[in-house]
Design a protein around this ligand. Sequence first.
Ligand code: G6P
Length: 617
Amino acid sequence: MCGIVGYVGPQPALEVVVDGLARLEYRGYDSAGVAVLDGGTLQTEKRAGKLANLRRALEASPPAADGIGIGHTRWATHGAPNDVNAHPHVDGERRVAVIHNGIIENFAALRVELEERGCKFTSETDTEVAAHLLSTELKDRGDGDLAAAMRAVCRRLEGAFTLVAMYAGDPDLIVAARRNSPLVVGRGDGENFLASDVAAFIAHTRDAVELGQDQVVELRAGDVRVTDYDGAPAPVREYHVDWDASAAEKGGYEYFMLKEIVEQPRALADTLLGRVAADGTLTLDEMRLDGAELREIHKIVIIACGTSYHAGMIAKYAIEHWCRIPCEVEVASEFRYRDPILDRQTLVIAISQSGESMDTLMAVRYAREQRARVLAICNVNGSTIPRESDAVLYTHAGPEVGVAATKTFLTQLAACYLVGLYLAQVRGHKYGDEINAVIGQLAHMPEQVEKVLGTVDPVRALARSLAGADTVLFLGRHVGFPVAMEGALKLKELAYMHAEAFAAGELKHGPIALIEDGLPVVVVVPSREGRGVLHDKIVSNIQEIRARGARTVVIAEEGDEAVRPFADELVEIPAVPTLLQPIVSTVPLQVFACELALAKGNDVDQPRNLAKSVTVE
Ligand code: G6P
């Protein structure tokens, strides 16, 4: 959700900023803009649409001067995604330029106040308020101190924001502030960077500084100074990014998503790596909750959004089965509004790839206010959700750029299984050898996924043949139900098709009325082992829909002869334990959605209307 870049140093600022924006475009791509400041000259350029439009405009009329620069890719909240509403926004005298991620909730009142002072607004955005506020504050102060002005402005703003500003009166300085919205600084040698995500500057430096809540940073070529909103020096965390620029490149693939699907075996293996101690026990290093605390837990609540929510739904089956602790799963945006029952013995597990989803963050804060313990499962080191949680388990998927989650989903599943097994170990619900047996099965999952990836060509062909379909339904039972939901979500996100998932048993209670001749229905069939009864039930469900004309696409274990007669299309996956099956059964659904979207000519990395990290509620 909105990408932000800033650069101060000897390199051509415009080039560094636009390259940085290219790496952040997945965060929002309905418009983009830059501002450069050289001496007292401030120049801006902004364009609706993807970054390519801005690049073309810059090539056609390059700014006369370079110097220091800021840039922005937008995911619109206030005002349509057009040239005028694109960032940066400037004050009336064009002395201050501002870019912004988030929502300024009291912008309407502030706008009225500024208009009364004579400020003329040109856009419909909340951001423009910040540009005028900074400008009036600078005039009132009269000392040209942009950082002090920023602090004063931030104290007046309500909502969530990262704000970045430049001021023609101090042309070597960028000032940024954050509240509930991401911002990292990249420390270089005689140059410094800032961005919403390290990906923007990873080609220049891997030394990062994480900003805390309600902090202001002053960035000069040789200096980084961080203060709180009152001007007192503020503590920051410095860290080294453990992946390099090549990890965030397409590596020969046409789309990041294609690369990220193929990277899944590696991502899974990396997430599982180093979790077992020499004595065979499971050790989760980052788990900052001790055994005594975990033994007290009497309820688990999992909160997440989108794909991460589906990982949470699958986790429920595993955790309840292995640990015998009641486990609820809820979409984060609903959680705090229903007055959930939480206490010190509740463990809240927040699953978020980015660690920045505002819905999940707000749910985490609410849970902590209610004294629940919060464990984050996250892919981005140092992001806000793990920082504000009591404990964290990082997935090690590496950077995921495609907006639709793939490899982070599989690694979230692995992390959830590890948490479930760890709880079972600490609470004594399973013997060590039982836990080791599951860990052994998990250790084989990367090669099983590799196997699936080697056999998905027919899925691609099938997807292309269905590019003209209006609707695709998905059915599953047990852990196959959230997998079906994930398959439907992928198709909606990427192919913009009506796709819906149902628990297969619910079908007869209504949705079966939707079945008509030739309607494609994807069915995720549970393993025959362990949950044999489920398998038999779903075979009956397949027959029911086929009898009504559905075209059945059946995802089933290899050698599952019982389903073969009823499958118009059969997609075979390796036989693995029931609870782990989502790791393999999701993969053909990712490939299916991706290929179908490509057949329709869609951009699978940047689907319309979406953003990878949604930092507004
Ligand atoms: C956005 C993305 C989804 C993602 C969801 C949750 O809506 O488009 O793909 O699943 O956010 O993101 P998170 O980073 O919290 O896992």
